[in-house]
Write a protein that binds this ligand. Structure first.
Ligand code: PEP
Ligand code: MN
Length: 345
């Protein structure tokens, strides 16, 4: 059973009130009309998996009604997150068209199995089920969850939301390569946790030939009860989509991993690894500065030859075991170490 792509899901992190839901849906419809009637699914979380037990936990079952009203009033399909069999029953009973499984549930195969079983026995099946990547960067678990959900017979769509506000492109690349038949959408909101990054990340949908996006959109992001910092307004979404819209909807977006696209994936991966490398070096410089302060206070010279030799030998040993040229590691280590020393002096 196939599903047409690209596919877009827009809407608030949480359904907070009847007014907030309908206002956001209305503004999204205005935006989509200005965008040559771009089709989208309205999303909103009803039961929210939150870190703190004291923050907003979602409006619960009553919010299903607000979503049903959006569907009826604006004629757009609606989606919500499910984390238990009870959620599946209640959502499908209320006529929710699409279900998604969040990153926290995706880390729990027993939960995914239970949700999958409940979907399979439902009389009114969803049009598709979306599975986000697990909170930990585990491509195999994400792939396993896709297979668990395929047992329902309902189309399965992956949503790449990254881990801890990092893209983890390598994980998505593995899934894209293993299952080119499964559409992958980008969730730039949870991937960055930052409204300013959302338009930048949306460009990756085109560069990496992803199959659409799920974006958190709120009529008044500053008042949002959850994920306030990452939500954008419908108008901001329109501005972000404008430059990529014609490519996104063009018919020649086939062959998801052809030459240039494969290179784009690899470059996304290497850019992320480089960023991690520089962050690690910056963190190391900071520790080195504190070591320098200790040495100064205790009248110890910045360069301790025995310690330097010991660390260098350990790095070279590691290089040998990992098939990396020891001379190269020595060069890199010396560059970092001499910068540290310079700072300590
Ligand atoms: C959400 O989409 O609002 C959500 C909770 O997402 P995630 O599971 O990716 O954190
Ligand atoms: Mn959210």
């Amino acid at each position: 059973m196939g599903i047409e792509t690209p596919l877009f899901l827009f809407g608030p992190c949480s359904a907070e009130s009847r007014e907030q839901v309908s206002q956001t849906a209305k503004e999204l419809c205005v935006m989509s009309n200005e965008m040559h009637a771009l089709q989208f699914i309205f999303r909103a979380g009803v039961w929210k998996p939150r870190t703190s037990p004291y923050s907003f936990q979602g409006a619960g079952d009553q919010a299903l009604e607000w979503l049903a009203e959006v569907k009826q009033r604006f004629g757009i399909p609606v989606a919500t997150e499910v984390a238990t069999s009870e959620h599946v029953k209640a959502a499908l009973h209320s006529g929710i068209d699409y279900l998604w499984i969040g990153a926290r549930s995706s880390a729990n195969p027993i939960a995914v199995e239970a949700i999958s079983r409940q979907i399979a026995v439902s009389s009114n099946l969803p049009k598709a089920v979306f599975i986000k990547n697990p909170v930990n960067a585990d491509a195999q678990l994400w792939l396993g969850n896709i297979e668990r959900l395929e047992k329902t017979g309902v189309p399965v769509i992956a949503v790449h939301r990254g881990c801890s506000h990092k893209p983890t492109w390598g994980m998505a690349h593995t899934v894209r390569t293993a299952r080119p038949d499964i559409p992958i959408l980008l969730d730039p909101s949870h991937m960055s946790g930052d409204a300013e990054q959302v338009p930048v990340l949306l460009q990756k949908v085109e560069e990496l030939r992803l199959d659409g996006a799920m974006v958190e959109v709120h009529a008044h992001p500053e008042e949002a009860l959850s994920d306030k910092k990452q939500q954008i307004t419908p108008a901001q979404l329109g501005t972000a989509l404008q430059p990529i819209l014609s490519q996104l909807c063009s018919a020649d977006r086939k062959c998801p991993l052809d030459g240039q696209v494969e290179l784009n994936w690899l470059r996304a991966e290497i850019d992320e690894l480089d960023a991690a490398l520089w962050e690690t070096i910056a963190a190391r410089m900071d520790v080195s500065r504190r070591i320098g302060e200790w040495k100064k206070a205790h009248n110890v010279a910045p360069l301790q030859p025995a310690r330097y030799q010991q660390v260098l030998e350990a790095r070279k040993e590691w290089a040998k075991e990992n098939g990396i040229d020891a001379a190269f590691i020595e060069q890199v280590f010396n560059a970092i170490h001499s910068e540290s020393l310079k700072r300590q002096k």
